[in-house]
Write a protein that binds this ligand. Structure first.
Ligand code: CS2
Ligand code: MG
Length: 411
């Protein structure tokens, strides 16, 4: 079954997405997400110039062989751009295979291991009253697990806090389009000590309002040094978090040994990882409790399945990344894995905007706190190419964090 067409579609319905669309000689279409927030055109170029020429005329049924050829054949292995490109090819090939088998993808992955995938949403507030309202809003939307991000007194903007008042909270998008009067990334001021002082008061208020049962998550977003992350994990123990995410920059596994020694707060890490090799020490030494990678950034369904099987050997569960910069195609692929693997933990679900869903026609469902992948053959997502062309790419950068003295910090 040969591939006769491979299109890389960059579209910006509310935010930028990169999608690979493969078509076989029999007219079967497969989609793969290749979105890398803030660096989309790098992946578009990698696909267009280096992978598409290899795909035309290749056998769409040979998924593992294609993956190994694109990974080992690149010589220059790993990296976010390479692995997002490989992920898109791999996901599109699984979409095609499942369509040809007449099954939803999860059936090819071993069938359902649960009735649905527990989702968590992003509640946030510039102050505690606004945060509590946002949590109520998310509970009313059906969420049964909540990520809690709060502003810090004295700070204009903080990671993860949606602009309040009007608009759609689910449109929170950290990557800001450039313009003539804003040609560069926005700069956010950061002060870890202020954050460490404030956060326990936030969770004290949330637990007082919503009780001890509600699963609460928090994203440290890479910005603490090990001893600071250890202090935060310890100070949040009374609030029984489901997880503390990205407590420290993920490149340094020894940092996690420090944090692990000081706190029992569960740790989640890996959304910026792109290879199973990044996880090996973290899993073998049980330094983390949840794997945060997304199908889109870790070599596709093939890469993610291998990673989750390795994680399962060490009692580590999935917690796949699911912000709005994972496209509906990437989200759908995640849901098929979420339903099938045994070591499922939780699924991030920021919910895409109505404008995004004008381009990506999805059939996964969110009901009573659980996500359900489509039962139509394949991934269950279609891309309206004509609609995609109505939303041309807009250059956008993720913010940069600086300390009060101007020093660049991890955002
Ligand atoms: C965040 C992401 O959802 C999360 O856990 O870490 O929203 C992250 O900020 C974006 O994916 C960056 O593009
Ligand atoms: Mg995160």
């Amino acid at each position: 079954m040969k591939i006769v067409s491979a299109e890389v579609i960059v579209t910006s319905p509310g935010r930028n997405f990169v999608t690979l669309r493969l078509t076989t000689e029999d007219g079967v279409v497969g989609l793969g997400d290749a979105t890398l927030n803030g660096r989309e055109l790098a992946v578009e170029s990698y696909l267009d110039h280096h992978l598409v020429p290899l795909l035309i005329g290749s056998d769409a049924s040979r998924i593992e062989d294609t993956w190994q050829q694109l990974y080992r054949g690149a010589y220059w292995r790993r990296g976010p751009v390479t692995m997002a490109a490989i992920a898109a090819v791999d996901t599109a090939l699984w979409d095609i295979k499942a369509k040809c088998a007449g099954m939803p993808l999860y059936q090819l992955l071993g069938g359902a291991s649960r009735i649905g995938a527990l989702a968590y949403g992003h509640a946030s507030g510039r102050d505690i009253p606004e945060l509590l309202d946002s949590i109520r809003e998310h509970l009313a939307q059906g969420y049964r697990a909540i990520r809690v991000q709060s502003g810090i007194p004295g700070f204009e903007s903080v990671y993860g806090v949606a602009a309040s008042g009007g608009g759609d909270r689910y449109d929170y998008e950290p990557a800001r389009p450039t313009s003539d009067d804003r040609p560069r990334p926005t700069v956010e001021t950061w002060d870890t000590r202020a954050y460490l002082r404030h956060l326990p008061t936030v969770f004290e208020a949330v637990r007082a309002e919503f009780g001890p049962e509600l699963p609460l998550l928090h994203d440290g977003h890479h910005r603490m040094r090990p001893i600071e992350a250890a202090r935060l994990g310890k100070s949040l123990e009374p609030y029984d978090l489901f997880w503390l995410e990205d407590a420290t920059p993920a490149e340094d596994p020894s940092a996690l040994r420090w944090i692990r020694h000081h706190t029992t707060t569960p740790l989640a890490i890996g959304e910026v990882f792109n290879s199973i090799h990044d996880y090996v020490p973290l899993l073998s030494e049980r330094l983390i409790d949840y794997v945060r990678s997304a199908v889109t950034h870790t070599g596709g369904v093939t890469g993610m399945k291998k990673l989750l099987d390795l994680a399962a050997l060490h009692g580590v569960k999935s917690g796949m990344h699911g912000p709005t910069d994972i496209s509906p195609v990437g989200m759908a692929a995640a849901l098929h894995l979420d339903l099938a693997v045994h070591n499922f933990g939780i699924q991030e679900y920021m919910r895409h905007s109505a404008r995004t869903l004008e381009v990506f026609r999805t059939s996964y469902r969110f009901e009573d706190g659980l996500l359900h992948p489509s039962d139509t053959p394949g991934l269950g997502v279609d891309l309206d190419v004509a609609a995609a062309r109505r939303f041309p790419y807009r250059q956008a950068y993720l913010p940069v964090a600086r300390l009060r003295d101007g020093t660049v910090h991890d955002w």
